[in-house]
Design a protein around this ligand. Structure first.
Ligand code: MLT
Length: 312
């Protein structure tokens, strides 16, 4: 037996409730992914995993909380692509996106959708493009703060069409969706994990998906490639972390429980209904997340610098 495995099997961990920090408000896409994964991992580890929402500053408030938490395995962190954009967007972050965390594994890549309030005047994406170019800052765009996925998508969109809109930030796209449903904000780019049920319920309008190919659970929604913005692609990857210094046997036990969660039929079914699927098994491990996070930080830095968007 490899020593690690022996230690991993003998670790009494966990012996009490675990907290999984979500750096956005409850009811949004990140929260949705976290609660499904926490439920399944808790079953495997035979300890409750409670989700705690710590919103603000595009996810960096929650990240800072985790970076300072005890590395004892009882604080976990579920975050998305924002972990890789914050180091460029925030020039004075109180943590290091790589060195302040122990990666556990990748979780899922979620497509995004361009959605608007039900009575938004555009009937398709081409009309939406024409409308926002004509009305500029009279159009309001919701996001979850600088560093959120909705912010990233909006930044890429405004750069692509060379048009500034009025941005309305929320502590998550859960609260943003409430205002979209109420017509208080015009549109947003948000993840299918948050928009699918409202789209299918006819409560909001959908104009396109931001993935290379169409989303199986939204078969009639064109890709932006088809709809008029060729090459516009963004999907929101999610990773699970613990604070730096969390013991390796604990990290290995968490990675094993994550891998079980991604094979859990309940998780797979719910993910599919929400337009996503678990990552391939060989990505749900510490090395895969560490490597991918580094490559994403390097990928987004020049794009963000070119757009000239900074939070501080
Ligand atoms: C985002 O835009 O980053 C997320 O949708 C925020 C959230 O999960 O609420």
């Amino acid at each position: 037996i490899v020593a690690g495995t022996a230690a991993h099997a003998q670790t009494p961990y966990p012996t009490k409730t675990i907290t999984m920090i979500v750096p956005f408000a409850a009811g949004g896409p990140t929260d949705t992914v976290a609660r499904l994964v926490a439920q399944s991992m808790g079953n495997t580890l035979k300890q409750q995993i409670i989700v705690e929402n710590v919103g603000g500053a595009g996810g960096t408030i929650g990240a800072a909380r985790v970076a300072k938490a005890d590395p004892d395995g009882y604080t976990l962190f579920l975050h998305h692509i924002g972990q890789s954009t914050a180091p460029t967007l925030y020039r004075k972050l109180p943590y290091n996106a790589i060195d302040s965390f122990e990666p556990i594994g990748l979780v899922t890549d979620v497509p995004m959708t361009f959605v608007a309030r039900k009575d938004f005047p555009a009937k398709d994406f081409k009309e939406l493009l024409a409308y926002v170019k004509a009305n500029k800052t009279k159009v309001t765009y919701a996001n979850a703060g600088v560093g959120s996925a909705s912010h990233l998508c909006g930044m890429l969109f405004m750069s692509a069409i060379d048009t500034e809109l009025t941005t309305v930030p929320y502590k998550g796209t859960g609260p943003a969706m409430n205002d979209l449903l109420g017509g208080q904000v015009d549109f947003m780019c948000d993840q299918t994990t948050n928009t699918t049920s409202q789209i299918k319920g006819g409560k909001i309008k959908v104009y396109g998906v931001t993935t290379k190919t169409r989303v199986p659970s939204l078969p009639d929604v064109p890709t932006l490639n088809e709809a008029g913005l060729p090459g516009f692609e963004v999907a929101v990857w999610h990773g699970l972390y613990a604070p730096k210094g969390t013991p390796k046997p604990v990290v290995d036990k968490l990675a094993t429980a994550l891998q079980a969660a991604l094979k859990d039929q309940n998780v797979k079914t719910r993910f599919a209904e929400l337009g996503t699927e678990p990552v391939a098994e060989n990505r749900a491990n510490p090395e895969a997340l560490r490597t991918f996070l580094k490559s994403e930080i390097d990928k987004w830095a020049p794009i963000i610098k070119k757009a000239g968007v900074y939070a501080d």
